[in-house]
Ligand binder design. Structure first.
Ligand SMILES: CC(C)(COP(=O)(O)OP(=O)(O)OC[C@H]1O[C@@H](n2cnc3c(N)ncnc32)[C@H](O)[C@@H]1OP(=O)(O)O)[C@@H](O)C(=O)NCCC(=O)NCCS
Length: 331
């Protein structure tokens, strides 16, 4: 295969969100908060919650089937499955293996990738390398999370922010000018304490004490994360554009991680991107972690904001780790 045939691009997208909607008014009955506070401070109106018997792989499989259909790719032809998630079904085996089995992707390798809310960007970056190297032609990258399962529903500073969902993309070699033009990934573990799930791993195995201490719920320093988010995503966006040789004004569609409308607005302003180029669905889904970018990209494509073969897309995310990253692609 010649050089041009090894450019990775997205050839199919699919999403799935759980049926149950939790509105800000529902939250008013659960904790000391208000629709007005949540709307003003976050821009979130409602979010989707997985059912008690619904887990990350359930959402992932449904999103993946739709992405495979959209790409016209049979599951048996998938060569690699990457599931980006911070809420796997179990600590092990990898959720990607459960997804591989249920899809019937008999030829596929499968592994999970943990980069918090930056997981989908990391996943696309990793999957793309296998295509560039000529190792695989059919890669499935899924971002799926059920943060509701690790949310402390008594903690108003976190429980209003998150929602559940999944998004999947089929990566295949595409013909230029389509394809991924650049990727930029970063991490800074010195900020690990700012957003974490303290117990249940090897540091603090589950015990009666960890349960009593609410240590199996996510814990976050919101103010510090906010500052980090605007700074890091701004840096990542600029660097990904520079590597792609694209000017800011050439971007047709900007897909920021959907965590908080104030973060999105601050970032768009910093990058001089007008509101009509910025995709926002945080109002309907909240922060869906690794599912955030594919949910927003899918909706942008469905709405005609991203035109196949034409639109230049800039996607940028940040998350626990700390991690952050951005990529530029011509969809
Ligand atoms: C969490 C976040 C919305 C809080 O907004 P903020 O403007 O920074 O608010 P503060 O934390 O300064 O809190 C302001 C006040 O509102 C209160 N408050 C917090 N959550 C509240 C809620 N749900 N309802 C009502 N009041 C709330 C606080 O207790 C605080 O009260 P105090 O001044 O009496 O102490 C915001 O910091 C944020 O979005 N951070 C980023 C989080 C994120 O994106 N995480 C995911 C990373 S992938």
């Amino acid at each position: 295969m010649d050089e041009a045939g090894l450019v990775p691009g997205i050839t199919g997208l699919g999403i799935h969100v759980p049926e149950r909607v939790l509105t800000n008014y529902d939250l008013e009955r659960m904790v000391d908060t208000s629709d007005a506070w949540i709307m003003e401070r976050t821009g979130i109106r409602e979010r989707r919650l997985a059912a008690p018997d619904e887990c990350t792989s359930d959402l992932a499989v449904k999103a993946a089937r739709k992405a495979l259909d959209a790409a016209g790719l049979p599951a048996a032809a998938v060569e690699l499955i990457i599931v980006a998630t911070a809420t796997p079904d179990m600590l092990f085996p990898a959720t990607a293996c459960l997804v591989q089995d249920r899809l019937g992707a008999r030829q596929a390798a499968a592994f999970d990738l943990e980069a918090g809310c930056s997981g989908f960007i990391y996943g696309l970056a990793v999957g793309a390398q296998f295509i560039r190297a000529g190792a695989y032609k059919n890669v499935l990258v899924i971002g799926a999370d059920t943060l509701s399962k690790v949310t402390n529903w008594k903690d108003r500073t976190t429980c209003v922010l998150f929602g559940d969902g999944a998004g999947a993309a089929v990566l295949q070699p595409v013909e230029p000018p389509r394809g991924m033009l650049s990727v930029y990934l970063r991490a800074d573990g010195s900020g690990a304490d700012l957003l974490k799930l303290p117990a249940g791993g090897s540091r603090l195995p589950a015990s009666a004490e960890t349960v009593r201490g609410d240590l199996h719920y996510l814990a976050m320093n919101g103010r510090e994360i906010f500052k980090f988010a605007v700074r890091a995503m701004g840096e990542a966006a600029v660097e990904a554009l520079r590597r792609a040789g694209i000017r800011q004004e050439e971007v047709d569609c900007f897909i920021p991680h959907q965590a908080n409308i104030r973060i999105i607005d601050a970032l768009a302003k910093r990058l001089s991107l007008p509101p009509d180029k910025v995709v926002v669905n945080v109002d309907r889904y909240g922060n869906t972690s690794a599912a955030s970018i594919p949910l927003a990209l899918y909706e942008a494509v469905s709405a005609g904001k991203v035109k196949p073969g034409e639109s230049l897309v800039l996607a940028v995310a940040f998350g626990a780790g700390l991690t952050w990253g951005a990529l530029v692609l011509r969809y």
